[in-house]
Unconditional design. Structure first.
Length: 402
């Protein structure tokens, strides 16, 4: 039994014991592997009642739902799915910077609840002269979408690169659902549609709101005859990568979920406590996660779950993690280990043959397998043409396009 297996087997569930203790001073940030504690991780395949997951039914009907519910309660906050009405307004925009190789649909998504309506906007680029429903990438963007899409040279959302590979390219700005701002994050669906969430310790915050937005995009994609919603990919970078993982965990309609350099609260294991920590992220971005998550500031060892279980909760649908060697803040080793440990569900429950290196090496590498993908590249924290190329290759493999 290797070290990871021993750690995983050592613990099935660790309850929260210290919420009433006084807060300690914040631990200093470090990047020293010798200071990383021995990993004692809750087992993906052992339920909270001690029962062992043995079949896909056990996983899909019991273990996966209880994991998603625990993450909602303790980390991300609730993700309400109820609303009274949804409508879509579509306009074809003939003149746009990417018109040489794509057709642009501007989509207004109107969602109503309790007499109030929130509108979010989606840009959907379709390969020009496409004749069959297209698989589609949806980017959860925390950067200004108007600026991104006006710049044909940007590589954060490279429309030409995506559509030339035979995919539709969709993007929405989180500004329309919950602004990425500590003072304004409620100015969207929290104020308009779900005000009751604001007073709950496990209520919706920014990341759950952004996941909600991606789910409403999927509602539209299912109605668009030019898009194959059964081959839809949700992708996000950094904070968007955290939201993408939470989207994929909650919404089984996504065929592939992609997290690029999502770090703490995303793909990286919180219990490693290296680079960005739970305390640091809750201090710097208190509007992303639920109030309950703050109970674990500098108490990661008391977390009753960790991010490998979030990755696992996407199974049996495909999941992809992209990392960068120089992005030590996001803990690339922790992202790799999280994917490796979480992917046990694919191999042990669904019989998907997977192979990972025994030990992590901080070197450029790509691991593309059935249902599970990973790459580590050179460079700093960003979503680049290299990242897109690797993810597009993975999607081709999953959808058997090449």
């Amino acid at each position: 039994m290797n070290a990871i297996q021993r750690c995983v087997a050592a613990m099935t569930f660790l309850g929260f014991l210290g919420a009433q203790q006084p807060m300690m001073a914040q631990r200093p940030i470090h990047y020293d592997e010798s200071k990383v504690p021995d990993l004692i991780l809750p087992d993906v395949l052992v339920g909270y009642d001690g029962s062992l997951v043995r079949t896909p039914g056990d996983w899909e009907n019991k273990r996966r739902p209880e994991l998603v519910a625990k993450f909602a309660d303790q980390v991300y906050g609730q993700l309400p799915k109820d609303f009274d009405k949804i409508g879509f307004g579509v306009q074809i925009q003939p003149n746009h910077p990417h018109s040489e190789y794509s057709t642009l649909k501007q989509v207004a998504i109107d969602v109503s609840r309790n007499g109030k309506t929130q509108t979010m906007h989606l840009k959907l680029y379709l390969p020009k002269n496409a004749t069959a429903p297209m698989p589609v990438f949806v980017l959860i963007s925390h950067r200004d979408v108007e600026k991104l899409t006006a710049d044909t040279e940007n590589r954060f959302f490279p429309v030409e690169q995506i559509v030339n590979r035979g995919y539709a390219a969709a993007i929405f700005d989180v500004e329309f659902v919950s602004p990425d701002d500590p003072d304004r994050y409620t100015e969207g669906i929290l104020d308009e549609l779900y005000p009751e969430q604001k007073s709950m310790p496990n209520g919706m915050k920014g990341l759950s709101a952004w996941a909600w937005g991606a789910m409403r995009v999927m509602d539209y994609l299912e109605k668009d005859p030019e898009v194959d919603a059964s081959r839809a990919v949700v992708i996000g970078h950094s904070r968007g990568g955290k939201a993408a993982l939470w989207t994929g965990a909650n919404d089984t309609r996504w065929a592939i979920t992609v997290s690029n350099e999502s770090g703490c609260g995303g793909a990286a294991l919180s219990k490693r406590m290296i680079g960005e920590t739970v305390h640091r992220i809750n201090t710097g971005f208190p509007y992303w996660f639920s109030e309950n998550f703050k109970n674990y500031n500098d108490r990661e060892e008391q977390l009753p779950l960790d991010q490998h279980q979030l990755i696992a909760s996407i199974a049996p649908r495909a999941v992809y993690v992209g990392s960068s060697k120089d992005d030590t803040w996001a803990d690339p080793k922790g992202e790799f280990l999280s994917l490796k440990i979480g992917s046990r569900v694919y191999s042990e429950i669904y019989g998907v043959p997977l192979e990972f290196p025994e030990d992590f090496k901080m070197e450029v590498q790509t691991i593309h397998q059935r249902n599970v993908g990973y790459h580590l590249r050179e460079g700093e924290h960003d979503l680049t043409a290299y990242d897109w190329e690797k993810v597009l290759d993975f999607a081709d493999m999953q959808f058997k396009l090449k």
